[in-house]
Every structure is written in C-alpha cells, then in structure tokens.
Write a protein that binds this ligand. Structure first.
Ligand SMILES: C[S@@+](CC[C@H](N)C(=O)[O-])C[C@H]1O[C@@H](n2cnc3c(N)ncnc32)[C@H](O)[C@@H]1O
Length: 410
C-alpha cells in the first residue's frame, strides 16, 4: 500500500474480505496504528538492527513494524504479538532465516517498552518541517503529535442536532456537529437507515456553514463528491448543483443523497471548464494533499510527496480562477481544503485576490457558526488544526486540519 499509494480503507477492504467483523476491526487497528507511529517505529528498528535488513527481506521489516506497533501501542498481549509475528516471518522460505532475529528484537521491545523509542516524529520529516515553518516550532511539533492520535467520530445532523446528540449519547459541539467515541460500526447507529445524519469531521462541516445556506439560494458545489457539504447545503434548503469530475465518486454522492432523502442536481464535469451559472454562491472544496486528515487516514502522511502538493496547488489555482466567473456580482465564494499546507490554503487565496481585484475577503468572525477565535487567522480565514478543541479526555479532542476562506464578489 505504501508503494502503490492506494488508500488504507480500500486496501483493507480488499485484503480482509471474508473475515469476521471482529477480525477485520483488529486488522484495521493494527494497520492504522503501525502507520500512525511509522516514524518512531522505523527509528526504533534502525536503532535495534545495527546491520539493517537486506532489501530482499523487506517483508521481515514490515512484520517487525506491525509486531512492534502491537506491543507498544495496542492492548494485544506481548506474547501473542511476538508469537504471531515470528510465525509469519517463518512462513515464507525467503524470510524464514530471520525467525531468530525477529524473536530477539520483539522480545527486547516487549521487555523494555516505549523507553526504547527514539525521539523522532511519527510523521515524515518534510511534513513536520513544513508545519514548523507554517505554525512555529512549538505548534508545528504539537500538530505532528496530535496527528498520531485516533480521531473521534463526528456526525452532521440533517435536522435537530441537539435532539440527535441526545438520542445517540453524543456530545453536541458549539458548531452543531455531534461527537462520539468508540461508536463501532457506524451503519448500525440509530438513524443511519432513516438518513438522519452523515459522518463528517466537525472542521469539514465549517466551509458550508460559512455560506449561510438557506431556501431561495442557488449554490454550485464544484468538487462535491461524496457529498458531505452538498448535503449540508441541501438540508438547509438551498438549491444545489453538485459538480464533480469523478463518475464513481458521484455514484457515491447519489447514494448518499438517496439515503438522506435530499434532492440535488448532479453534474459530471471538469469544474475548471464548467459552463453554468452565475450562482448566488460557489463552494470549492478542492482536491488537496489531505494532510489535515492524517488522524483518520494515516497512510496520507507516507503516500504523499512534495511534488503532489505542487501539482494539486496548480489544479486549485485553475479551479479558483474559473469559479470566479461562476459567481454572480455580489455573490460569495468559499474555498476550502483539508490540508495543513499553506500552499493549498492561505497562499492560494492570497494569489487569487491579487489576480482578481473584484473579490475581497468576507472575514469570519469569532462565534459565527460556533467558530472559536483560535480557529480564525489574522486575515479572517478559518484555519483549524488537530490541536484545536482540546479535551481532558483525549478521545474527544481535536479537529481535522482545514482551511476555508470566504470571498465576496463586488
Ligand atoms: C475534497 S474532495 C470533495 C469532498 C466533498 N466536498 C465532501 O464534502 O464530501 C475533492 C473532489 O474534487 C473532485 N475533483 C477533482 N478535480 C476536479 C475537477 N477538475 N472538477 C471537478 N471535480 C474535481 C474529486 O473527484 C473529489 O471528489
């Protein structure tokens, strides 16, 4: 998966087909924990294996990472983690010769525990350096640490959020999202089949709120699938034109709207060439590196490279430039990304405003839509971080890293 760049969920879906739900859950947890802690775990193996592992036995390294993750970060009994890993190493002729080594390394990790972990970040260095440059050394490192934690489950209610929070025993956040921990299988939660809510990180719900959607407004959602923000706009009564260039993703959007019983116009198109509008409001929830979602998708940290950020930023620039023409005079444009990288957020908007003097920021104000002052930057844009929304109980803490700017056309 790390080589192919395929998403973790997709890979697990394929590899665990046919397993019982409990075993699938355990496999998911082992894989996600290994990826969340990959930086530290790799450093640990480098320190313990003075001579390294030959390239032809890469599988041994992967098994050791997975074994160490279970010993150091999961409730799996040490003897079980050691035993399973060593027998997997012994299963293939090409790696069987490393059984003794695997046994010795894992037993040492079990004996000495987390004290053995080197003082290195769990996220790739180039990303940590970028966050340190963007947010300062203290906050940048705190962001990297917060991204290694598991995220809670946030839901957006189609109707009365307070009533739904009570029904599900969840916590109602100031922005209207509902936060649950240890929810298990989401499709088994009350109200799923009835279309009363959908899964959406609390920060991901902010861009649509900034438009103050209401009946009588026509809104183009230019990068709409799978439809989290489309659903918010439609549930508020707006007429929504949901555009996306991916047919499979639009099929998911369609299924989601059917479950939620929401009607939207669906258009399969490249939004950089779309001929439509002008609209009262346009939302661009642009494709991005998704580094703000590493808590939920830990593979993102290891499957993205600096060149991806540059090419995504170029696409974002084109999307913004074309969207400018789709907004009617006096209308509003919200641009958002689930990225922590300023190239995909703050700098994108700065460049757009320099090139489009008919647009200006419509700053977000503290308290608007329940948005805390801490989540708003000096320019009046939303910049959430995984360190935001702290809580005594870490299972309830954090937000995805999101950027959202609201711009008004003269
Ligand atoms: C961040 S996701 C959108 C998530 C969605 N707004 C939500 O809240 O559920 C970005 C989407 O942009 C779409 N996309 C990428 N390039 C596009 C383009 N040129 N035109 C239209 N859609 C595009 C992708 O297919 C993807 O579905």
């Amino acid at each position: 998966m790390l080589q192919s760049g395929h998403p973790l969920e997709e890979t697990l879906e394929r590899l665990t087909r046919g397993l019982e739900e409990r075993d699938r859950g355990l496999a998911r947890m082992i894989a996600a924990t290994t990826l969340r802690r990959l930086g530290g775990l790799r450093g640990l193996l480098r320190a313990l294996l003075e001579r390294g592992i030959p390239d032809k036995a890469r599988r041994v390294e992967i098994l050791l990472l997975v074994g160490a993750a279970q010993i150091l970060f999961m409730d799996v009994p040490d003897h079980a983690a050691v035993g399973t890993t060593v027998s997997l190493v012994g299963e293939q002729a090409s790696t069987a010769g490393f059984k003794g080594l695997a046994n010795a390394v894992l037993r040492r990790i079990a004996r000495e525990g987390r004290a053995l972990l080197p003082d290195v970040a769990d996220q790739p260095e180039w990303l940590v350096e970028g966050w340190t440059a963007a947010y300062g050394p203290t906050l940048g490192e705190a962001v990297a640490r917060a991204l290694a934690r598991e995220a809670p489950l946030d839901l957006t209610a189609k109707g009365d959020a307070a009533a739904l929070a009570e029904k599900l025993g969840g916590r109602l956040l100031p922005t209207g999202s509902i936060r649950l921990v240890e929810a298990g299988n989401v499709t088994a939660l009350a109200g799923f089949n009835e279309g009363e809510w959908w899964v959406q990180d609390a920060a991901a719900a902010l861009p649509a709120l900034l438009l103050h959607p209401a009946a009588g407004m026509t809104i183009a959602d230019l990068c709409a699938a799978p439809g989290g923000k489309t659903a918010q706009l439609a549930a508020a009564g707006a007429r929504v034109v949901a555009v996306d260039r991916s047919a499979p993703r639009l099929r998911r959007l369609k299924a989601n709207m059917a479950r939620l019983n929401l009607a939207v116009d669906i258009v399969e198109a490249d939004a950089t060439r779309l001929k439509a509008g002008p609209f009262d409001a346009v939302l661009i929830d642009a494709p991005c590196s998704a580094t703000g979602t590493i808590r939920r998708h830990p593979e993102v940290a290891w499957t993205k490279a600096p060149a991806d950020i540059a090419s995504l930023a170029a696409l974002q620039t084109r999307l913004l430039a074309h969207a400018a023409d789709l907004v009617k005079p006096g209308g509003v444009l919200v641009y958002s990304t689930c990225s922590l990288e300023p190239e995909e957020g703050e700098r994108q908007v700065e460049a757009f405003l320099n090139a489009h003097p008919d647009f200006s920021r419509l700053p977000v104000t503290p308290g608007e839509c329940g948005i805390a002052a801490e989540w708003i930057n000096a320019a009046g844009e939303v910049r959430t971080l995984p360190t935001h929304l702290p809580d005594e109980d870490p299972r309830f803490a954090g937000l995805d890293g999101f950027f959202a700017a609201r711009l008004k056309k003269a």
